[in-house]
Design a protein around this ligand. Sequence first.
Ligand code: ADP
Ligand code: MG
Length: 709
Amino acid sequence: MALNDLQYIPGVGPKRAELLETECNIHSLEELLGYYPYRYVDKSKVYRISDISAMNPGSGNGATLPFILLQGQFTIFTEEGIGMKGPQHHLKALFADGTGVIECIWFNGIKYIQGSVQKGREYLIFGQPKEFNGTYSISHPEIEIVKPEDDPEAKAGLYGMYNTTEKMKRFGLNSKTIQKIILNYLQKNVAPFAETLPAYIVEQQNLMPYNQAIRQIHFPANADNLRRAQYRLKFEELFYLQLYLVRSFKIRHQINGGFHFSRIGDYFNNFYNLIPFELTNAQKRVLREIRADVGSGKQMNRLLQGDVGSGKTMVATLTMLMALDNGFQACLMAPTEILATQHFDDLRPQLEHVGITVALLTGSTTKKRRQLIHEQLENGQLNILIGTHALIEPDVKFQNLGMVIIDEQHRFGVEQRSKLWTKNIRPPHVLVMTATPIPRTLAMTVYGDLDVSIIDELPPGRKPIATIHRWDTQRLGLTRAIRGELAKGHQAYIVYPLVEENEKLKYKAVEQGFLDTQRQFGPEYRVAMVHGRMRAKDKDAAMGRFVRNEAQVLVATTVIEVGVNVPNASVMVIENAERFGLSQLHQLRGRVGRGAEQSYCILVTSDKLSSDTRQRIDVMCRTTDGFEIAEADLRLRGPGDLEGTQQSGLAFDLRIASLAKDGQILETARRWAKEIIERDPMLEAQQNGILRRRMQTLFAGKVDWSMIS
Ligand code: ADP
Ligand code: MG
């Protein structure tokens, strides 16, 4: 591996430079200075050992407390497990401050501690106490001799903590060393960087200048400065992201003409007249938005958000018919084979009824059938194709594809979407549907180039699902309750989490659950099982039996999370509910409550729950509103899901800003970006020189998807 300049920085050297590269993806000094602390600790406050137990939220063994500073003396040292390997060999010491005693423990560097730390001398130690059976211990505390007057940074009290890995620590690259390296550099270079935002933004937005912000983010003089530094750096990050998005969006709108659907015709009208219910106002509004898009001469790229059960499929179907009425073909792509099949089975009879031809294409479509589909697509005999990723394979060619619907967006990346654009001489219109609702600005950022529509209304007459929490120990009652529902002729889902940590045992919980369930409910009721490792054919067969009510209970993993529709199912049991995220629980719960009967969602958990988990379960029991749950999810877990799976769609990684938590800054940044692009789309004005150059650096080598057409 080629070494970078970092190695020449005092305190780094070749080995640590290599570690910074491999472990933290830091290749330059600038990147090192952009490695911000993940949190700050107030070292100005010295705690008493007697305070520690009061800080413990009472979660028992293994609970982690905040990092704290203690002042006192080491009393007894004991080395245990001499000659043994691994953690059995360690050094323990008692540390006392007059109010109590805490244990310190070292697994590495034992010799060093023994040789340097003295009994009876006054020390400051800094670390994170852990509880075990009522006693507290700190492993590998930072140790300093008490003489605060000669530490200039100690006065401020706020210390940055940097993320490091075990491997880095083994080579002495811990939070403290990183801090020292950065301090060393900043002491020698007073203003190392050029400003990264135009003066007029810095001024009007009252931002801290870049150099100062970098200094303050690493070594805050006080809490107020830290806040301002954070604001400046977050703003900058979100601003450039928005500038990129707003600009791509504008360019795309300028260059990509879309197919013009001028008329609503027989397909649409005949189908519409056969719908056995009245569309909700939200469905009608979204259809109008879509109609305006496809009639505008521009290419539609629209995201449709709507809670589970809000009737997105109906909107999608009518949207496809708009294409057919104008002489185009349409396709509907789903993330899994089960879902694609279900869409096909649901839609085919209705569509064929009004004279539309439709086919299903998935990974398990036979070669012969596939060939026929290819042929009929190319000669235009087929109007609508429903399927999985198989649809975007290059050998699938349409005669005249005008509309693409993508169900459950979060499993599709921007890149996959762009492949669809090559399916016709012009990119077809695209409607992306998701049941993971997120606030609008956030959606515009995560999905970048998409316009957003929202169905915020459920069809009338739905009974809210009753959600109940049950402990593991209340199984008997649970079995009785499920039996009660089955006796009424209803069906039930029982969902198990995957055991992620162990590939071999991954499906053990669900397989064991299947056997248990059979024992409990058989032979009167039949039980089917689906999970990810089964062959597609077997999965479909099992699913099919449940759909046709040949099996009354379906034991499954989250493969049923999205879209599956069995209105007769009235119970959703989620085992180990503590292992699921809120939005996932919400998705799963959405599988029931689709019929006229009262439905139930039962969350089963073990009897030891952290307070976060408790709150998650409480939120689920309290509300069925998807937006409320999404917001609680962001609050409780941070952006987790969102930034994990969806941020991958972002143009660059966010270092300090959070899409979930910094919504306010995001709005402001977006306003700025829009205003600037409005006035100066190509960033040619002299005052925007910084922006143009910065964009080139930040987005160098990025494929601009907006340009593909
Ligand atoms: P989702 O948004 O989760 O994809 P679906 O499209 O599967 O929701 O709709 C759920 C159920 O509601 C379907 O059975 C569908 O036929 C029905 N439905 C859709 N729109 C309406 C409506 N306006 N009134 C009554 N039922 C509707
Ligand atoms: Mg759906």
